[in-house]
Design a protein around this ligand. Structure first.
Ligand SMILES: Nc1nc2c(ncn2[C@@H]2O[C@H](COP(=O)(O)OP(=O)(O)O)[C@@H](O)[C@H]2O)c(=O)[nH]1
Ligand SMILES: [Mg+2]
Length: 254
């Protein structure tokens, strides 16, 4: 396609029920790795920085103990593009329930997925669970895994003491051995962070005596976004970018 001026985002993305171009990102990880926490913090951040980027309220389907039984889902959208040439792009974030017994739910949630965050857990005790979930994700998606369907790995709970944590190099080795990432790209697509720190840093802004200094027109200033929060936004940002790049390349190739 030589003339891209006529291109609409809905030509290269699926559209949701309202006809808006949308991508579906799944946070795929073992139980208690922090997936629900990630979505909760991300949603709170969007609300503080720009409520207009939240399309629908965070949906959590949990049992009495707060465990995810089916999924959590939030729908967000990019700010308007300059010149409004394009529609705003929506991105749905879904989590899966990580327990073994919820394998069928994970199958259902993965249908129509555009990109995957392998949401891993730094805790020592989680090594086997991390490995099992990496294998499962690759089996579910098949040959598109890490190719047509981009994958990044995010390892949560970086706040833990070194002796409570898995060695990051071991995790990277598992990711490479399972074909989830390519060794030369590890630095770009393996990320770490702490939802706990991000949550606490947002709360301390909200409870601060100097709260006003953080806000402008009722919005958290971008230059005041805590570093811990930036770390949990990164995998989402990286994946949306990878999906967009890949779709545009596809268009240029036809
Ligand atoms: N230390 C630590 N704990 C965390 C972090 N993120 C989540 N948790 C805790 O891990 C537990 C499981 O979190 P949850 O979000 O329900 O995990 P999910 O099962 O993957 O959805 C909860 O007790 C969280 O408070 C983190 O970054 N660091
Ligand atoms: Mg959960």
């Amino acid at each position: 396609m030589s003339d891209m001026s006529q291109l609409e985002l809905s030509d290269i993305f699926s559209v949701d029920r309202e006809g808006k171009p949308t991508m579906k990102i799944v946070l795929f990880g073992p139980p208690s790795s922090g997936k629900t926490s990630m979505l909760t913090v991300f949603n709170a951040l969007r609300r503080m920085e720009n409520p207009d980027t939240i399309v629908s309220n965070l949906l959590k389907i949990q049992d009495d103990s707060g465990r995810t039984v089916f999924f959590d889902q939030g729908v967000f959208q990019t700010p308007p593009f300059k010149g409004k040439k394009f529609d705003r792009l929506r991105y749905q974030l879904w989590t899966v329930p990580g327990e073994d017994r919820h394998k069928v739910q994970r199958d259902i949630i993965m249908s129509g997925v555009d990109a995957v965050i392998l949401f891993l857990n730094f805790e020592n005790i989680a090594r086997q669970q991390n490995l099992a979930i990496i294998k499962e994700a690759r089996e579910k998606i098949g040959e598109k895994f890490g190719k047509k369907i981009p994958v990044v790995a995010y390892i949560n709970k970086s706040d833990l003491d070194k002796n409570e944590r898995i060695d990051k190099r071991e995790l990277i080795k598992d990711l490479i051995d399972e074909g989830a990432i390519q060794s030369d790209k590890a630095a770009n697509v393996v990320m770490t962070g702490s939802c706990l720190n991000a949550r606490n840093d947002l709360l301390s802004i909200l409870n601060s005596d100097e709260k006003l200094a953080y806000f402008e027109s009722n919005r958290l200033r971008l230059d005041k976004r805590p570093e811990s929060v930036g770390l949990i936004v990164r995998p989402i940002q990286k994946l949306t970018q990878l999906v967009v790049e890949q779709r545009l390349e596809y268009v240029q190739s036809i």
